[in-house]
Structure formats: C-alpha cells, structure tokens
Design a protein around this ligand. Structure first.
Ligand SMILES: [Cu+2]
Length: 225
C-alpha cells in the first residue's frame, strides 16, 4: 500500500515551468495507485516512443512521492567492476541508498536521470561518502560491465555510485520488486528510490525530478533517523 503525495516545489524555475505544468496535467488528480501506475505507464510510452516529448526531456520541479515496503530479491548481480555482488549487500541496509533504473543507450529520460544523479553527488559534497547510489541497468544484454564503466565515467560517478547489471530475468525481478517493471526497456518510467539506513521503507519519487528534489528527499531521510 502506498500513500501518494504530489510535491510542488515553490522554487519552480521558469525554464522548467511549462514542462512541470504539463507533467502536472498528466498525473494530477489520480486517486489510486493503480490509476496512477497506468498514467505513469502512458507517460513512459510518450517518453521513449518517437513523439514530441522526446525532443528535450528536462528535469521537472514537480513530482509524485510515495512510501513503499520493498522486499529486495535475493539475487547476485554483476557490478561494473565485473564483481558478482549480492543485491541485498549493494543496497546495504546500514547505508542510505539512492537508486534508479537506467540503460546506457537510452536517449530520452535516462541521460537526464544520470545527469541528475551526477548533480546530486555534487550537491552532497563530502557527504557523498555516506550514501550508496545505485543505478541498475534495465538493458542487461547490452549493458556489459565495460559499457557501464564507460557510462559511469561519462557521468563522473564517484566511488559511492555503483552500476549493476545481470540477466534479463534478474533485472525484471528487481524491477518488479520496486513496481518499476513496464514490460520493456522502451517503456520505462522516471523513478528514483531512496531509503534511510536501517529502514525497510523506500521513498518512491516519480517524475523526471531535479537534483534539488532528490537532495531534499535525502535530507528528510537523514532527519527521520
Ligand atoms: Cu531511459
């Protein structure tokens, strides 16, 4: 069961304003998670199929926030350094975690989300050492550890930011656990998940959010401890 809250940033930037409003029109007023998922799915389709929305995806100031219980699947994935790692260790319970799903050849929302994560680590400054950032590829057949390393370098990922891949089945299982599975990589949603140390609940942020929003959510987690 999730409790959805639509978060409005009063610092909405002029450049992002129109997009944020469009985003609001797209999802505002959804009453249930189910309906919301449907809308999120539609939004995703317009993201990755050729359409006007493809032109220039930008981070937005408004997003949907919910809190959910997630059972992390007991899987061994492959990190970009080639090492096999237990997903449950990568999402270490004693460390705050920020997580997203991406694939390296995406030309729509993933580059934006990765640029945002890059800005988030920047914004954390020295505090970045405390956090674990995890990007899981939803295109494991293409995204070899080597490709992930190149991608990480492009986004100037620090040592706290891990990229994971695995088999298609494994990756689908992880996505299902986070209610992020949309049938194929061409139909994926802009989602960021955050969890405080030792917490079982995850904050789910839906939308192509700005780094500032993720930092705000992260600080809330820190305060909550
Ligand atoms: Cu993408």
């Amino acid at each position: 069961m999730r409790h959805d809250i639509l978060v409005h940033h009063n610092t909405m930037r002029a450049a992002g304003g129109a997009l944020a409003i469009a985003f609001l029109l797209g999802i505002a007023g959804t009453a249930t998670s189910e309906e919301h998922s449907k809308k999120a799915g539609n939004a995703t389709k317009s993201c990755c199929a050729p359409s006007a929305a493809d032109a220039a995806p930008q981070a937005q100031a408004t997003y949907r926030r919910s809190v959910e219980e997630v059972t992390i699947p007991d899987l061994t994935l492959v990190r970009m350094d080639g090492r096999k790692v237990a997903l449950r260790d990568e999402l270490a319970p004693d460390t705050p975690v920020m997580m997203n799903f991406i694939f390296t050849t995406c030309t729509t929302i993933c580059p934006v989300m990765s640029a945002t994560f890059s800005q988030v680590q920047e914004g954390l400054g020295g505090g970045r050492e405390k956090v674990r950032m995890v990007s899981i590829s939803i295109d494991p057949e293409q995204d070899t550890p080597r490709r992930l390393r190149d991608y990480a370098r492009r986004h100037e990922a620090g040592p706290q930011w891990h990229f994971l891949t695995g088999s298609v089945e494994q990756i689908n299982e992880v996505q299902r656990a986070f209610d992020a599975y949309r049938g194929s990589k061409f139909n994926h949603a802009a989602l960021t998940f955050l969890r405080g140390p030792g917490a079982s609940q995850w904050v789910r942020v839906e939308g192509l959010v700005q780094a500032e929003a993720i930092l705000t959510e992260y600080r809330k987690l820190e305060v909550a401890q």
